[in-house]
Design a protein around this ligand. Structure first.
Ligand code: NAP
Ligand code: ZN
Length: 353
């Protein structure tokens, strides 16, 4: 076991604070990673606040992890000390069920092991995430960061990126697909960049008038303000595919209305009860609505390669670990452009101050 410095919460609604945690001794198929950067996902905030009632305290968030390999177990074949690697939202699964065999590890029939707030499959210990100096992860769940990706901007691909990449790929978004992205935050801005890179015609639907210029700078072709009824009405039945990233309970009906014939809305943000959906809106135009949860390992590696090749990088604001509480507050008040990334070297500053 090794001991390292981390940031976490001991109970809901308290600030994150430094704490020391243990990382397990290397198993044969484990990779030890020194964490260089970790993205800050809105889910980190949901867990820290126990919004979903399932947080195991103390909780160390962080599932957009990038860094370098520092040691490998005896049976590890794909990684060597010094390799640039990444870890996303899951660190284990049964590896035997149909979902795991088909590369859909998040849907493991025995339950996947999340990077934090889960239980280690062998010991039952609580998993602790990437707001830390080091992490130990089973080789299968470690991804390779292509040389062409700047490590500082890679972390957010591991959750924000893959969560929208999965549905974009599943739907088959391509040249000319009319895509709308609801909510221009961490997930939303990646959906815009990725859909544009796939050749789609992209519209951002936002509550924030001030984000219109940014949306265009990110590559969006059009911007709709959801608070403008006339503009929303004018866009009725005009999109093939909508990605809804709104992070809390909301009314989906105004967005469903925007779907064209056989259009599909994929909900990735609000993992909680929604306001009632109007059945007639689904029947008209044969619309459908579905959800999507992060993505499997193979597809996440595919995303990393795609982003390296097309130089699609998240727009990040680098912060020090000590600034995390201010960052959470800014995320709560919708003041992030468009993903905070923690420079983990800053953790040591806290040690000596
Ligand atoms: P974020 O950076 O805070 O962005 C959310 C965006 O939604 C905001 O920038 C804002 O965009 C819009 N928004 C916020 N509050 C709203 C409201 N009350 N009504 C309408 N729009 C609102 O969050 P994120 O990191 O992208 O995460 C989004 C959600 O996805 C979170 O709930 C997170 O837990 C969830 N998530 C799900 C998965 C999955 O596997 N399905 C994976 C990762 C995260 P505008 O200013 O443009 O309106
Ligand atoms: Zn996340």
């Amino acid at each position: 076991m090794t001991n390292c410095l981390a940031y976490g919460v001991h109970e809901a609604h308290t600030d994150l604070a430094p704490l020391r945690i243990e990382r397990r001794a290397l198993r044969d198929d484990d990779v030890a990673i020194e964490i260089a950067y970790c993205g800050v996902c809105h889910s980190d905030l949901h867990y820290a606040h126990n919004d979903w009632g399932s947080t195991i305290f103390p909780c160390v968030p962080g599932h957009e992890i990038v860094g370098h390999v520092t040691a490998v177990g005896g049976a590890v074949s794909r990684y060597r000390v010094g390799d640039r690697v990444a870890v996303g939202c899951l660190v284990d699964s049964c590896q035997q069920c149909a979902a795991c065999e088909q590369g859909e590890e998040p849907h493991c029939e025995k339950g996947m092991t999340p990077t934090y707030n889960g239980r280690d499959r062998q010991t039952g210990d609580t998993t602790l995430g990437g707001y830390a100096q080091h992490i130990v992860v089973r080789e299968k769940f470690v991804l390779r960061v292509p040389e062409a990706l700047d490590l500082r901007y890679t972390g957010p691909l591991l959750c924000a990126g893959i969560t929208v990449w999965g549905p974009l790929r599943e739907y088959g978004v391509k040249q000319g697909t009319r895509v709308a992205v609801v909510g221009l935050g961490g997930l939303g801005h990646m959906a815009v960049k990725l859909a544009v890179a796939l050749g789609a015609e992209v519209t951002v639907i936002t509550t924030s008038p001030g984000k219109a210029d940014d949306a265009r700078a990110l590559g969006a072709h059009h911007v709709l303000l959801s608070s403008e009824p006339a503009a929303m009405k004018g866009a009725s039945s005009s999109f093939d595919f909508i990605v809804d990233t709104i992070p809390r309970k909301h009314n989906v009906n105004p967005y469903l209305m925007l779907l064209a014939r056989h259009g599909k809305l994929v909900l990735v943000g609000a993992l909680e009860p929604l306001e009632p959906i109007h059945g007639a809106l689904l029947a008209l135009n044969n619309r459908s609505i579905s959800g999507s949860l992060i993505g499997g390992l193979e597809q996440t590696q595919e995303l990393l390669e795609f982003c390296a090749e097309h130089q699609v990088l998240p727009s990040c604001e680098l912060i020090r670990m000590q600034d995390i509480n201010a960052a959470f507050k800014r995320m709560e008040t919708n003041d992030v452009k468009y993903r905070f990334v923690i420079d983990m070297a800053s953790l040591e500053d806290g040690e000596h101050s």
